[in-house]
Design a protein. Structure first.
Lengths: 482, 497
């Protein structure tokens, strides 16, 4: 039987606010345990939550970015369960009435094997505001478990998709797109190592062609795209094998072990909590007016899709180039900064996605830590355009700048990379080359086009690579036809 | 305090004595502390006293008075219900669970009194987590009704009630979730006001049922309550349900005449379940109001009978969640021995909570459970809206509503402890106003004789429309100008010398 995998994601994005969602305590990562736990974080008797407006603005931004319904009235609810890192014994979340309703995100799934790259729309079911829990710390105190409540109350936006994805590749493409989008609109720092962006993946399988959903298992807390791919692929295989062996899938929560590459059930549905959700009487319903939305809209950056269209129209870039350049806010900003500094768009696109990206990748660096600024790159490209250096020389300058050897012009001077563009000097070189290679000249005249290229090569060599290749071409052509 | 007259004074009277330097706050405070030493061992109204802290506040108040910057309550000793967190004070909420808890911060109510220069005399006894109508669920023992030591003072603000009635404070604070200010005010014979929900910030007030809890004053007279309200009320951004309204002077209307006042009498408040003697006292009070020029309108609050079942779904639901934080992990009681996390939770909570609190946690957990939520919690919320709507209709016909605050006078200790439903019925006339969020008060209206004991106080309940506290205080104050029930204090058996 042929099987189809059905995947939906729930993503917890930590919102970039100054303080916690229901108190004034700081949300900075990495502080000493419990130094960012105020009375509210500790859930002392008598404390009350007060909603952080900045967190609400983040939710509105996200809703606008995915063209979703933003609820004029949403409700905070208590999700009740006991756990040591949950100080109140309930988590304040949203249940029946979330702040963001249905929306959609268009993803680009890269080519793989015989499959070409394609676009797909993933529907968003909802996104809701909630608070994070603290952390249990094991081993810090001998024989005891510690509780660090610094993270308790950190604002999260949980983004839930429809079960729209049909492969690990689609799920990862969605996760990457979402990861880029939340950073693009500035609501999440996207730091997966620090847990700012965590994905739970619901996986089920069914016979291809069936429209009934299979029983799902939820893979919890995946914090890298690599693990997500591995976990989904393992889980899918495991479910198919289980079914083919005549077994049944039990609804369960599973954890992925990166060391073994396997998923393992954490708790089954029978053990699942009854969370006894009910509206939190300490908080009023969250009311969002058209004015609130308009105010946030005014602060919204240009979204990737709009920017892509603009790059195509304004700079005559290909759809592929425009899409690649708008894959992240950093990349787009870098590109635009180079253009603003006077670089030519198509050439800039080639360099940013070519040499620069390759170099960043090979050194595992972010664009933000690139040794070459957009302005420096623009200067380099200008020196190509104005004929000061050749493309090849530019690569050497690029390399030198990367190593921190200085600015474009000083490197060109220091390395003597300036192109020879004086036609008198080039003519003299060509004359020498023609004289020394009479045989080749004869071959060319006999109709061997290749001989022309060889002569160009000789001329370039004679100029130690500094002659302007276009000029060499022109002059050589003229001389041979004379 | 040998001087009974002093302990019987009004807040305005104390302020005049203090500001004219006829007495210092230190002297006044020491006089009350002396009375507390004498009578509290038998009454058990206070569960935490700290003379050093109290006297330091009195000295600071004297300095402020000397500096000429006194506010109306500066230097006046106030008793605080032990439900309010007060920095450096034990704050137990009447529970073993918090017996070892010392609050590291001040509730809004506490900081308001501090800012006014009032003196905190101590923390008063209460039903555990404010769950009870007799103060018998307190981990720290019951409280005697000063009018008859074999009777309960009512609850949950039983300690504050006894402290006011026995003149062990100038005035006290209370909280009222289903009647916890008004029922004890009725049973102990003083004036208590539960304001409109949202008028007094709940910040730092330990939650029982968040959508119903409201703090208010417990004092000798309507005028004293008005002065207390001027300190307690006001917007606080730390409580999202606190209402952002202009500050008002609750004394402003005290002296308005009542001619033309329309008093609504709901027939449901004078039906089966009301003791005949109590009913008679209320009728006498209404007659007094007629003499003051008020008109009587017969009204109906048809859903009154549903208020107790609705309350006993909603309040336990919220409580079951509010009390989840008492898990033994960060503060409060933790069992001495346990095998694992679950065992630690179970033992700590089993040991830390009393029977009534456990009963309500169980009820609340049940009504919120999957499969029962719609039938109980949601249905109760719907009926809650109907109950509120009853009042909206009623206030189209009248200015205030009157009736009894409690169905009977103070009952004997132990009489209802094994019958929760009989205990719950104590709040039959008060609960509906909490459900509607309306203000209500209880005003001393006389005494009803009992078969097996002395005549006991009866409170007249006055229910006002939203934010009508100033008018209610006016209505009560005018009554207190022509009656003297509120001035009567019990003769206490000699305590310690």
């Amino acid at each position: 039987m042929e099987w189809e995998v059905v995947i939906g994601l729930e993503t917890h994005t930590q919102l970039q606010t100054v303080s916690k969602i229901f108190s004034g305590a700081s949300v900075k990562y990495g502080a000493e345990p419990n130094t960012q736990a105020c009375e509210v974080s500790l859930a002392l008797p008598g404390v009350l939550p007060v909603l952080n407006k900045q967190a609400v603005e983040c939710a509105i931004k996200f809703g606008l970015a995915i063209n979703a319904e933003i609820a004029p009235r949403s409700v905070f609810a208590r999700k009740n369960y006991f756990y040591p890192d949950l100080p109140k014994g309930y988590q304040i979340s949203q249940f029946e009435l979330p702040v963001v309703g249905k929306g959609a995100i268009t993803i680009q799934v890269p080519a793989a094997g015989k499959q070409d790259a394609y676009e797909k729309v993933v529907n968003i079911t909802r996104a809701h505001l909630e608070e994070d829990a603290g952390k249990s710390v094991h081993g810090a105190v001998e024989g005891m478990s510690g509780i660090d409540l610094n993270r308790a109350g950190t604002p999260l936006l949980e983004i839930v998709t429809e079960p729209d994805m049909r492969s690990a590749a689609e799920a990862v493409a969605y996760a990457k797109k979402l990861h880029e989008l939340v950073q693009w609109i500035g609501i999440c720092d996207g730091n997966m190592q620090e847990g700012s962006f965590r994905c739970d993946v619901n996986v089920s399988v069914r016979p291809k062609g069936s429209d009934k959903l299979g029983t799902r298992r939820e893979i919890k807390n995946l914090n890298s795209f690599k693990f997500m791919t591995q976990a989904i692929e393992y889980e899918t295989r495991w479910q198919i094998e289980t079914l083919e062996d005549g077994g049944k899938i039990q609804q369960a929560t599973v954890l992925f072990n990166p060391d073994t590459g396997e998923t393992r059930a954490m708790r089954s549905k029978e053990e699942a909590n009854d969370y006894r959700y009910f509206p939190d009487p300490d908080l009023l319903p969250l009311v969002i007016t058209e004015q609130d939305k308009a105010r946030v809209q005014a602060d919204m950056p240009e979204l990737p899709a709009a920017m892509k269209a603009r790059l195509e129209a304004q700079f005559a870039l290909s759809s592929y180039d425009a899409s690649s350049l708008t894959a992240s806010r950093d990349l787009a900003d870098y590109f635009m900064a180079a253009i603003d500094a006077g670089a030519e768009p198509k050439q800039t696109a080639n360099w940013v996605m070519g040499s620069l990206s390759a170099k960043l990748n090979s050194e595992d660096k972010d664009l933000s830590s690139s040794p070459i600024s957009a302005q420096q790159l623009a200067q380099l490209l200008k020196r190509i355009s104005d004929g000061t250096i050749s493309n090849n020389a530019a690569k050497q300058v690029f390399e030198a700048m990367w190593q921190g050897e200085g600015e474009v012009d000083s490197i060109i001077a220091a390395k003597g990379l300036k192109q020879e563009s004086d036609s008198g000097a080039i003519e003299a070189i060509i004359d020498e080359v023609l004289a020394a290679n009479a045989a080749m000249v004869d071959e060319f005249k006999a109709g061997k086009e290749k001989a022309f290229n060889a002569l160009v090569g000789q001329a370039m060599k004679a100029s130690k690579g500094k002659a302007n290749p276009a000029q060499v071409n022109d002059i050589l052509k003229k001389k041979l036809q004379a | 305090m040998a001087n009974n007259e002093l302990s019987n004074g009004s807040l305005k009277g104390y302020a005049q004595l203090l500001q004219s330097k006829q007495i210092s706050s230190l002297e006044l405070t020491q006089a009350f502390l002396q009375r507390i030493k004498q009578y509290n061992p038998s009454i058990n109204a206070y569960i935490a006293l700290d003379e050093d802290k109290t006297l330091a506040q009195a000295r600071a108040a004297d300095a402020r008075i000397a500096a000429g910057s006194a506010a109306p309550l500066t230097g006046i000793p106030i008793a605080q219900k032990d439900i309010f967190c007060a920095k450096g004070w034990p704050t137990t909420c009447g529970s073993k669970m918090l017996a070892n808890f010392v609050a590291p911060y001040d509730a809004h109510v506490i900081s308001q009194f501090d800012a006014a220069g009032a003196v905190n005399l101590g923390k008063t006894n209460m039903d555990e987590f404010a769950m009870g109508s007799s103060n018998e669920t307190s981990y720290f023992g019951g409280v005697k009704n000063p009018w008859s030591f074999d009777r309960v003072p009512g609850g949950s603000s039983g300690g504050s009630a006894a402290a006011v009635a026995a003149r062990l404070c100038a005035a006290a604070t209370g909280t009222d979730t289903g009647g916890s200010i008004r029922q004890p005010a009725s049973l102990c014979g003083f004036t208590g006001l539960k304001p409109t929900y949202g008028v007094v910030s709940r910040f730092g007030m330990i939650a029982f049922a968040s959508s119903l809890d409201q703090a208010g004053p417990m004092a000798k007279s309507a005028e004293d309550c008005a002065l207390m309200m001027n300190v307690m009320a006001g917007f606080d951004e730390r409580d999202s349900t606190s209402l952002d309204r202009a500050k008002e002077d609750y004394c402003r209307d005290l002296n308005k005449p009542l001619a033309g006042l329309k008093i609504g009498l709901p027939k449901e408040f004078f039906a089966e379940g009301l003791s005949a003697e109590v009913g008679q006292v209320i009728e006498n009070a209404i007659a007094e109001y007629k003499k003051l020029g008020a008109e009587i309108v017969n009204i109906s609050l048809p859903n009154t009978g549903l208020s107790i079942p609705v309350y006993y779904v909603l309040a336990p639901a919220e409580a079951s969640s509010n009390l989840s934080r008492y898990d033994g992990v960060r503060y409060g009681h933790r069992a001495a021995e346990y095998t694992d996390l679950m065992d630690m939770y179970c033992k700590s909570r089993a040991e830390g909570f009393g029977a009534e609190v456990k009963r309500r946690i169980l009820i609340g957990t049940y009504v919120l459970s999957a499969g029962y939520y719609d039938a109980y919690y949601l249905k109760a919320q719907q009926i809650r809206r109907l109950i509120a709507q009853d009042f909206v209709e009623a206030f189209k016909q009248c200015d205030v509503i009157m009736g009894p605050a409690a169905p009977s006078t103070a009952f004997k200790a132990g009489e209802k402890v094994d019958d929760p439903v009989a205990m719950y019925l104590q709040d039959i006339y008060t609960i509906s106003t909490n459900l509607a969020g309306l203000p209500g008060m209880s005003v001393p209206a006389g005494f009803a004789s009992s078969q097996d004991g002395p005549a006991l106080p009866v409170g007249l309940q006055i229910i006002g429309n939203y934010f009508d506290e100033a008018r209610m205080l006016n209505v009560a104050h005018q009554y207190q100008q022509v009656t003297d029930w509120h001035t009567l204090a019990p003769n206490l058996p000699e305590g310690k010398a």
